[in-house]
Write a protein that binds this ligand. Structure first.
Ligand code: CTP
Ligand code: ZN
Length: 155
């Protein structure tokens, strides 16, 4: 970074870098971080990036991500890089892979959809486009756009 570090390096934890500008809060929501957990969290928004114009960064100390969290981040921040930090070093750099199906996380916008009326039913969406993100309900074929996905995640 040309202008030096905005926030210091972390010792152990996770750095989610190259998040599309403005989406750091959605990433925090996916991780369920409210700020009262006690561990240090750094949020950097709208900083210059050579690769993508502007970007956001989230750094979380003493926390590694599970598979579901990684899948959700892939939905709304496919350009992000997940860096696992151990003893100040980048121990692992994970690329995101958007799954073909998203199950049990998002809600179908169609009130008549079986997934909104049967307590046993789990929502299931098929990814029909990655950029821009478009999902389709596997039961009623209602489409879900990127804006709607972000809205649901930010709730
Ligand atoms: N980082 C950190 N604490 C550390 C090590 C790295 O906060 N102890 C952060 C860096 O500031 C950077 C990210 O983790 O935002 C990835 O680090 P690194 O791979 O060293 O940076 P780059 O080579 O710029 O990453 P990329 O290849 O993803 O652009
Ligand atoms: Zn549906």
């Amino acid at each position: 970074m040309k202008n030096g570090l905005i926030v210091s390096k972390i010792k152990n934890g996770t750095v989610i870098d190259h998040i599309p500008a403005g989406r750091a809060l959605a990433v925090l929501n996916i991780l369920g971080i409210k700020g009262n957990e006690g561990n240090r969290v750094a949020l950097v928004m709208n900083v210059e990036s050579s690769k993508m114009g502007k970007k956001d960064i989230v750094k979380i100390e003493e926390r590694e991500l599970n598979q579901r969290e990684v899948e959700l981040i892939a939905l709304i921040a496919p350009s992000a890089t997940i860096n696992i930090i151990r003893n100040y070093e980048v121990a692992e750099k994970r690329k995101l892979n958007l799954p073909e199906k998203i199950e049990g996380i998002l809600k179908c916008p169609n009130p008549a959809c079986i997934t909104n009326n049967d307590v046993e039913a789990r929502s299931r969406f098929i990814v029909i486009s990655k950029l821009p993100l478009v999902l389709k309900c596997d039961y009623c074929e209602t489409t879900l756009t990127e804006d709607e996905v972000l809205r649901q995640i930010l709730l």
